[in-house]
Design a protein around this ligand. Structure first.
Ligand code: IPM
Ligand code: MN
Length: 356
């Protein structure tokens, strides 16, 4: 089995290094090959998603991705910015289904900004559509406004759109995910204002007929944002579009105390996937050896489960992470008084040790 390792920028290198170490410690034989992506790709070959990197990602059975982005690339034209690498990989590989679990480990209850009774035991899953919506909709650009009260003024514009098959496939994925969990699905939309999401709601409702064992409800995105901080445990699985999912998943992540703990999986129709931490490249702490590698290590566990069919090894990694948390080891982002502060490498080493 071949795994493409794409560390990217900022803390991406340090954290993927730890996940690779953990994968190697499992005693399986994986073929792993690295390639530059994001700002690193731009430096290496003038493009954030170099052709050789895309080729490697296409050939591989799964992709472990670090993070991309750095302020120093902010002035580049959009098509050359690091973010285009991840957007390009999602689109080129058809990774339309994004799983973002938000789980609060009991040991970290104190790290959340919400009261323990609101978040303790939290275990929700956001299923975000990842290759459509306003992120990719055409036309888009900047122009002279062709009409309206500001006709003739400069304007920026994007297009929000979803085709029926796109909604259908993500709805099926979400219903099936709910079937394997608490059997409750909340579809988040903005059907009160947007045609795109009126349509979304209709299609999701239609598909519900095929999953009578799952309880479905619909929620407007503004209300969903409020409910996520008010009573997050009421959710089981949330399914939503690309942009709403982007925003809600950051909010959900923070409920757990640190975005540094949360993995994610982006899958195509055949369970080939890209696995990455939910957080970004954190250029402010890059190279300092203090970043939390657990989200990336847990992403490697998701990779074993969803793409490589190695559930047992996935469980081993997750158990090892729980063990190091129980031992009181913490990186700076989740540190509390009375625990032991460790760096990136030490945390990786501790997980490796806990696997044994
Ligand atoms: C994410 C990120 C990306 C997104 C950026 C880096 C393009 O925020 O994975 O959530 O908006 O999807
Ligand atoms: Mn995001």
């Amino acid at each position: 089995m071949k795994i493409a390792i794409l560390p990217g920028d900022g803390i991406g290198t340090e954290i993927t290094e730890q996940a690779v170490k953990v994968l190697k410690a499992l005693g399986e034989t994986f073929e792993m090959e690295s390639a530059p992506v994001g700002g690193a790709g731009y430096e290496a070959s003038g493009h954030p998603l170099p052709e050789a990197t895309l080729k490697l990602a296409k050939e591989a059975d799964a992709i472990l991705f670090g993070a991309v982005g750095d302020w120093k690339y902010d002035k580049l034209e959009r098509s050359l910015r690091p973010e285009q690498a991840i957007l390009g990989l999602r689109k080129h590989l058809g990774l339309f289904a994004n799983f973002r679990p938000a789980i609060l480990y009991p040991e970290l209850a104190g790290a959340s900004t919400l009261k323990p009774e609101v978040v303790s035991g939290l275990d929700i899953l956001i299923v975000r559509e990842l290759t459509g919506d306003i992120y990719f909709g055409q036309p888009r650009g900047m122009r002279e406004a062709p009409d309206g009260p500001f006709k003739g003024a400069r304007e920026g514009f994007d297009t929000m759109r979803y085709a029926e098959p796109e909604i259908r496939r993500i709805a099926h994925v979400a219903f099936q995910a709910a079937q394997k969990r608490g059997k409750r699905l909340t579809s988040v939309d903005k059907a009160n204002v947007l045609e795109t999401f009126q349509f979304w709601k209709e299609i999701v409702t239609e598909i519900h007929a095929e999953y009578p064992d799952v309880e479905l409800d619909h929620m407007y995105v503004d209300n969903a944002a409020m409910q996520l901080v008010r009573a997050p445990k009421k959710f089981d699985v949330i399914v939503t579009g690309n942009m709403f999912g982007d925003i809600l998943s950051d909010a959900a992540a923070m409920l757990t105390g640190s975005i540094g703990m949360l993995p994610s999986a982006s899958l195509d129709a055949n369970n080939k996937g890209l696995y990455e931490p939910s957080h970004g490249s954190a250029p402010d702490i890059a190279g300092k050896g203090i970043a939390n590698p657990l989200a990336t290590i847990l992403s490697a566990a998701m990779m074993l489960r969803y793409s490589l069919n190695k559930e047992e090894q996935a469980n081993r990694i997750e158990a090892a992470v729980k063990k190091v948390l129980a031992q009181g080891l913490r990186t700076a982002d989740i540190y509390e008084q009375g625990t032991t502060k460790v760096g990136t490498t030490e945390m990786g080493d501790a997980v490796v040790k806990a696997l044994a």
